[in-house]
Design a protein around this ligand. Structure first.
Ligand SMILES: C[S@@+](CC[C@H](N)C(=O)[O-])C[C@H]1O[C@@H](n2cnc3c(N)ncnc32)[C@H](O)[C@@H]1O
Length: 404
């Protein structure tokens, strides 16, 4: 391929093929989103990778920090499509994107059209410069790019009909709500008890209410809104537990708790190997005291310290001397597994039983349902007036998770 017309024709064919694939896989449902995917030349936002990579349905990593942790990327097309559809953008909308790269901002511009306006902000000057270059090269000079901390939104161009956050947040910053126009929507990858979901929230009377949610993964927020998770290594780091920032009171089990005898309990609940456990994990997170997420190295499995747990971590409960976690064993039908729990420590039997009881309750009452609704009220809202449900407090907000 040469650097001019042939390259761009080839890129166009690859872009059409990627868009066809996303439609066929059900990642894109909305024809306007499909048209935006056909229009925006993704390769101009990731010029360092070959065209074939630019048009693969994968994230392109753009920057790591000194510790080697990914801090900036151009998002995976499937996730871009998900969030664009959640945002329900209309011609004429004013949009703020928090976390730049240029690609998604160009998509946003395609959807709001010439009567709308897109502002994209990034905390990192390198990223803002890169986004500007990409947007200019791709023919989107009217998209505004600024370097600023997303915690404070961007008051200069407010109010916004939509705020689209493309970096994992643990909280909803007050500025996002105050800069939102009446009836506006925020789409944000929100971390709840170490699980991240892209959630579309509508602004109601001084609070936000969720309209849709889907599991996703993003790099972490930096700056004033940065949060932390407590990482607890077990068995010499072969296994670890993660507690979220609000879980300051949760106790860590002893480092060698997995050496203690294992108790198991089985729920009789079968799952197709392809079925996502995301709703179940959120149900457990919102009902079990001591909730945390257990991750294990392959060597921990080989040594028999743990039985199989999902790649992204298993729902677990911990206390001062005990630990229980969700696991699965093959069912008679090879496409299915049975959910169960293992536990160690003095409360092992109770923990294993508690976990499988909650699995059974979820199976009977919520499996296959619409999933939970989230409400976000400001921290100053009177707690006694919050709706019923599971409540957790972040720095600026009170989060209510209610199950229908
Ligand atoms: C996944 S990337 C954004 C992807 C991008 N929207 C695209 O078009 O593909 C996340 C970005 O968020 C930025 N970021 C992290 N913390 C931020 C903050 N507090 N304010 C603004 N940007 C932030 C990072 O520098 C990073 O470039």
């Amino acid at each position: 391929m040469d650097a001019s017309g042939n390259d761009s024709r080839y890129a166009g064919r690859l872009r059409a093929a990627l868009t066809d694939l996303l439609v066929a896989q059900g990642a894109i449902h909305d024809q306007r989103v499909e048209a935006a995917f056909r229009a925006v030349p993704r390769h101009l936002f990731v010029p360092q990778v070959p065209l074939e990579i630019a048009y693969t349905d994968d994230v392109v990593l753009m920057k790591r920090n000194q510790a080697g942790v990914a801090i900036s990327s151009v998002s995976q097309p499937t996730v871009v499509a998900l969030m664009l559809e959640q945002a329900d953008l209309q011609p004429g909308h004013r949009v703020l994107e928090i976390g730049s790269g240029g690609y998604n901002a160009a998509m946003l511009h395609e959807l709001v059209g010439p009567t709308g306006h897109v502002t994209t902000i990034d905390i990192d000057q390198d990223v803002a410069d890169r986004a500007r270059r990409g947007l200019d090269a791709a023919g989107y000079p009217e998209v505004q790019v600024l370097r600023t901390d997303g915690e404070f939104g961007c008051p200069e161009s407010a109010p916004y009909d939509r705020v689209v956050v493309t970096v994992t947040a643990w909280d909803v910053a007050p500025a996002w709500m105050t800069q939102l126009a009446p009836g506006g929507r925020i789409v944000v990858p929100l971390r709840l008890r170490s699980q991240t979901r892209s959630i579309a929230f509508d602004l109601l009377d001084g609070f936000l209410e969720s309209r849709s949610m889907a599991v996703c993964g993003f790099v972490c927020m930096q700056g004033v809104g940065a949060s932390y998770e407590r990482y607890v290594p077990l068995q010499g780091d072969l296994v670890s537990l993660t507690f979220d920032e609000d879980q300051v009171d949760e106790q860590e089990p002893p480092e060698r708790v997995l050496d203690q005898p294992r108790e198991s309990a089985w729920s009789g609940v079968l799952m197709n190997r392809e079925e996502a456990l995301s709703d179940l994990d959120l149900w457990l997170a919102s009902t079990l005291p001591g909730y945390c997420v257990l991750s294990a190295e392959r060597r921990a499995l080989k040594k028999g310290l743990v039985t199989p747990v999902p790649r992204w971590g298993a729902s677990a409960i911990a206390s001062g001397n005990s630990l229980g976690y969700l696991t699965a064993r093959p069912a008679a039908d090879p496409d299915f597994v049975e959910l169960g729990a293992n536990a160690h420590g003095s409360a092992a039997q109770d923990f294993a039983q508690l976990l499988v009881d909650q699995v059974s309750q979820w199976d009977k009452s919520f499996r296959g349902g619409p999933g939970p609704t989230l409400q976000i009220h400001p921290a100053v809202f009177p707690p006694e007036q919050l709706p019923p449900g599971f409540h957790l407090n972040t720095r600026h907000s009170q989060v209510t998770i209610s199950w229908p």
